[in-house]
Design a protein around this ligand. Structure first.
Ligand code: AP5
Length: 217
């Protein structure tokens, strides 16, 4: 399956992506994770992306598209993938469509995770991420047994630079202006599925998988 997750910052894309991709046995490709990995390793790509990410702005399309084109050409993405965080605007969506069409394929479905702004702020202000394994926690909704330490690998948890309240608000504006138009773009293509992304994580995963069931081949 070739699947895209779309939704505002904090909708739970990363959280759901790991379960959905593992259930469907497809690679999860998260542009945010790839950028953060490059920032932490101080690569040229990371240095280019860092200031945009810190402000909550989109990294320029030419940088993002080149990175995704490379990643989608890897063998493990040949028979399916889950994209989390890409496309992020209509030009990226148009480019992805052309790229897949040149490879004689297309997206099967775009899953929209629907949550309101207040829930986004609650989720992002409590988000903590493991420095070692990348597992995402929440200080209230999904706390580790010992504060600041990842249950899975014992790594140190940190708060993302862009998870401060004023940056969260800016990211929501960027989402409304640049990313939300993708919802009607993909509705027009006839491949948009929306689900309510509030409630316990495992119930949302069930909701997502049952909505996706008719696309599984
Ligand atoms: P990116 O990493 O993609 O950030 P985002 O879209 O803002 O999404 P988030 O990672 O913040 O949230 P999420 O929906 O994954 O939520 P999560 O599962 O973590 O991008 C970061 C930056 O990179 C961008 O701002 C941009 O600069 C750049 N970038 C990336 N892609 C780009 C592109 N294509 N073009 C240009 N620039 C790009 O959950 C959030 C919290 O909520 C967690 O703590 C979690 O534990 C908790 N939670 C999850 N589900 C639930 C639930 N059901 N109930 C309660 N809590 C929950």
């Amino acid at each position: 399956m070739r699947l895209v997750l779309v939704g505002p910052p904090g909708a739970g894309k990363g959280t759901q992506a790991q379960f959905i991709a593992s259930h469907l046995s497809i690679p999860k490709i998260s542009t945010g994770d790839i950028f953060r990995d490059n920032v932490s390793h101080g690569t040229a790509l990371g240095r280019r992306a860092q200031a945009f990410m810190k402000r909550g702005d989109l990294v320029p399309d030419e940088v993002t598209i080149a990175m995704v084109t490379d990643r989608l050409a890897d063998d493990d993405a040949g028979s399916g993938f889950l994209l989390d965080g890409f496309p992020r605007n209509v030009p990226q969506a148009e480019t992805l469509k052309k790229m897949l069409s040149a490879w004689d394929t297309r997206l099967d479905v775009v899953l929209e995770l629907v949550v309101d702004d207040d829930e986004v702020v609650r989720r992002l202000s409590g988000r903590r991420t493991c420095r070692r394994c990348g597992r995402v926690w929440h200080s209230t909704f999904d706390p580790p047994a010992q504060p600041g330490i990842c249950d899975d690998c014992g790594g140190e948890l940190f708060q993302r630079d862009d998870d401060r309240e004023e940056t969260i608000r800016h990211r929501l504006e960027v989402y409304q202006q640049q990313t939300a138009p993708l919802v009607s773009f993909y509705a027009d293509e006839g491949i948009l599925l929306g689900i309510d992304a509030t409630g316990p994580v495992d119930e949302i995963t069930e909701r997502a998988l049952s909505a996706l069931r008719r696309f599984i081949r």
